[in-house]
Design a protein around this ligand. Sequence first.
Ligand code: ZN
Length: 233
Amino acid sequence: MFIGHFAVGFGLKRLAPRAPLAALIAAALWADILWPIFLLLGWEHVRIAVGDTKFTPLDLYDYPWSHSLVMLLVWAAVLALVYRAWRSDTVGAWALAIGVSSHWVLDWVTHRPDMPLYPGGQKFGLGLWNSAPGTMIVELVMFLGGVLLYAGVTRARDRVGRWAFWMYVFFLLILYVGDRFSPPPDSANEIAWTGLIATIVLLAWTWWFDHHREAQPTQVGAQQAAPQVRTMP
Ligand SMILES: [Zn+2]
């Protein structure tokens, strides 16, 4: 999945309005952030096999450290603890953990059985990628839902907050559709570098527009009320 992961990041803002959107999206993308790094390090491998599934020319035959369920639960715990130490935002830490773990579920739905339970373990996948229209409909609906949730719990403080946000949404859609019609990559290195650079640019862009938006007043109220409930023994 691609924009489906962004959808989760956007949607999590509703659960955790104080968490930066860039952190929530990075969590949802986490497996795909590690993957290019691990490819470059030679710890994981990919084969280019056009027609392998209808949607992607990639044969994802070896990515246990970035994409197995057990490792993603470990990464979820690590990220949540680091974030909690940084921002003292427990709700945000849980949202990050959900984001990281959600990656396995979404990829399990889309990939053919190449998603390992643990490194070296059995692999699973429902294979939505065997249908290009099916994949696009599911991801676009998810993306729209996530964007609307985010737009509903935040509001622009200025023009950057409004326009940089909507440009970002538009750009992701162009990237998603364009990717369908572009030729397959030449090498695993090309996939890794393109992925890494795109992720850095997109996360910086996310940070930028999210900083020019603020929680809707009702959302802030809900967050402030929460600790009083939680102080009960
Ligand atoms: Zn993935």
